[in-house]
Design a protein. Structure first.
Length: 649
């Protein structure tokens, strides 16, 4: 899938108008076909000039530079020369022949590699056989490893991640593991029993034990499997043990986005509240209960974004205050929603986590990968679940879901999509609507019949939210709005967010449209972190009318009312949010979801996309689209070109 989904489509759509410098006229067919844009072409031209490449004799090298750049712009860390032609066809946004376009011609993989190896004599390509144990920076703009061609900075990032993780798992972990004291061990057994009621292994406890015993641990699984729940309860035991011993335990919690870090905070608070209820219900003696000081220590933890944790530098976008020379001052660093973390950002993170600290990566490798570069969590988990990697034994995959009932059609559909069982997924959709799952089979989601079904799902909720907002009940308005959400793959067009936001306003405000920009009941989506207002990119809210004045209301667990009211004029970047992209919905959950599938011909079609959309729904899911689109989604796994899994073997 392309970086930021449609960004790649928009980038290529304008490629026909790109000016091709004389020294790289060999790239003109790629430009005219809508494959290459200005960035790739001008990088290739620069390398051609610096390396004194010949426009005719060195075509494979010039094309290699351009395609390594193309790969990075489309989310790949490298260009796999053997599969590049297929990757380009999969990514092209419009499958049509431009008038006068010359058919694309690719070098054979063998000839391409031979030409690139020869270019190493001119200092343009560094040829290696395996990942660098110590990342190397030199003057070569390209690195060739086997049949994978990298821009140097992306090669260095991939090697940094691999080298750091391998060094971490191969180091002596005795200083990390230690032994829980008797009191903390009893507490952990009560909070997370070793066995389930039926006598089977409690994998949540297994996950907690892994985090305790290793200085690198991955806790992965689908939504509602208890990933953060299990780690939160281990933190209670670790903090209790530190309290008894009279030592400190410095903990950092972070996530890739402000929204994800806010949800991590909510999860920790929820874990503390749940333990308090359990202790009261079980009649646990006060002396054996979780101490108030430990509770306060947990509640005092302030999850941040990874950028804020590392200390962003205003003048150096890719560098941070904390790095290998100035490591983070923590004993345990926990990262949630790691599937959203790009390879370059993960490289900066692993550099900054000291070898003496535990690094815990939590996430769902089956969800959408980072909107930027790489598929780091998927690659790492793939290595950890293969016998050939030193990372084996450092990952626990949780399977037992708590968000859904065991036989929930939504859960069964999510399982069939994740496991790429196309016929099973379609069969579930074909069944008569029951237990919260329904399917609107259509090639035109805006057709009269489809609109009627979608409106019947969302309008009752929107009307409740609008009435509560107009009546000044901010909390009720927010709670109502959280009951349903329209999710799309695209931003534009009939299948996109903008189109469905227009329908949302029409249904809510009538055919004449909204009376003003800030009308009561307007759903809001924050599109950029606003630290001044305490809002994060991805936060959702609603416009309310309180005592005759218009406010923007957002959920805020730190407020006594559960709501933060913000003057709309103080908001920097917000959008209407009757509908959201599936990417923006990651880390969220809703009682009900209407999922607008992309058309079968869309470059956004993909298994991870539809899986992520499905698993945002807790109780009700309406899938809108064609059976052909669903089949293609389930049968099209993400294929980002990377070498990280191989480097971790």
């Amino acid at each position: 899938m392309s970086i930021a989904a449609e960004n790649g489509a928009e980038h290529n759509a304008g490629s026909v108008g790109v000016l091709v410098p004389e020294e790289v006229t060999c790239l003109a067919p790629m430009v005219h076909a809508g494959v290459l844009g200005a960035a790739e072409v001008h990088l290739a031209a620069w390398v051609t000039r610096v390396g004194s490449l010949h426009p005719v004799d060195d075509v494979p090298v010039i094309l290699g530079v351009a395609m390594a750049s193309w790969a990075a712009l489309h989310g790949h860390t490298c260009a796999d020369l053997a599969g590049l032609a297929i990757a380009v066809e999969r990514e092209r946004p419009v499958r049509q022949v431009v008038d006068g376009a010359v058919p694309l011609v690719w070098p054979s993989t063998e000839d391409w590699i031979r030409a690139l190896r020869a270019a190493s004599a001119r200092g343009l390509v560094r040829v290696v056989d395996h990942a660098d144990a110590v990342p190397v920076l030199d003057n070569a703009p390209l690195v060739l490893c086997g049949q994978r061609l990298y821009l140097q900075r992306h090669w260095v990032d991939e090697c940094t991640v691999a080298a750091s993780l391998l060094a971490r798992v191969q180091a002596d972990t005795s200083s990390v593991a230690g032994t829980l004291g008797d009191q903390a061990a009893r507490l952990l057994e009560r909070l997370l029993p070793s066995a389930e009621p039926d006598g089977s292994t409690n994998h949540q406890r297994k996950a907690a034990d892994l985090v305790f015993q290793r200085n690198l641990a991955m806790v992965v699984g689908g939504p509602g499997t208890g990933k953060t729940y299990s780690v939160a309860r281990l933190l209670m035991a670790l903090l209790s043990d530190a309290e008894v011993r009279g030592t400190s335990l410095r903990i950092a919690l972070a996530a890739p986005t402000g929204k994800a870090s806010a949800r991590l905070s909510e999860t920790i608070r929820g874990a503390v509240a749940r333990v308090e209820v359990e202790e009261a219900e079980q009649g646990v003696a006060p002396s054996d209960r979780l101490s108030e000081s430990v509770k306060q220590a947990l509640l005092a933890l302030e999850p941040s974004t990874i950028h804020r944790l590392l200390g962003s530098l205003a003048d150096r976008r890719q560098r941070f205050r904390h790095d290998a020379a100035n490591p983070l001052p923590f004993d345990l660093v926990l990262i949630d929603e790691t599937s959203m973390v790009s390879t370059p950002l993960l490289a900066r993170l692993v550099e900054a986590v000291p070898p003496s600290a535990r690094l815990v990566l939590i996430g769902d490798p089956d969800q959408l990968e980072s909107v930027e570069l790489g598929a780091a969590l998927g690659d790492i988990v793939s290595a950890a679940e293969r016998l050939a990697s030193p990372l084996v034994g450092h990952a626990v995959r949780l399977q037992r879901g708590h968000r859904f009932e065991h036989d929930s059609p939504i859960a069964l559909l999510a399982d069939s999509v994740r496991e790429q069982r196309v016929d099973d997924a379609v069969a579930l959709l074909r069944k008569p609507p029951a237990s919260g799952l329904s399917f609107v089979s259509t090639d035109r989601p805006s057709s009269e019949g489809s609109l009627a079904v979608i409106r019947s799902v969302v309008m009752p909720v929107l009307e409740v939210a609008r009435q509560a907002a107009a009546g000044g009940d901010s909390l009720a308005a927010l709670q109502a709005l959280a009951q349903v959400r329209l999710l799309c793959a695209h931003r534009l067009g009939e299948f996109g967010v903008a189109h469905w936001n227009e329908w949302g306003e029409r249904w809510t405000c009538g055919p004449k449209g909204p009376p003003s920009v800030w009308y009561p009941g307007r759903p809001l989506l924050v599109t950029r972190n606003d630290f001044r207002q305490g809002l994060a990119n991805g936060d959702t809210g609603i416009v309310v009318l309180v005592d005759g004045r218009t406010w923007a209301a957002f959920p805020d667990a730190t407020q006594e009312t559960g709501v933060r009211l913000v003057d709309p004029v103080e908001l920097e970047e917000v959008e209407t949010a009757y509908a959201m992209t599936i990417h923006k919905s990651q880390g969220s959950e809703y009682d009900g979801v209407v999922l607008i599938l992309p058309p079968e011909s869309s470059p956004l079609v993909g298994r991870e996309l539809v899986y992520t959309g499905i698993t945002r729904a807790k109780h009700h899911l309406t899938v809108v689209g064609s059976e052909e689109a669903m089949r293609k989604c389930v049968d099209t796994p993400a294929r980002r070109m990377t070498g990280l899994a191989e480097a971790l073997r």
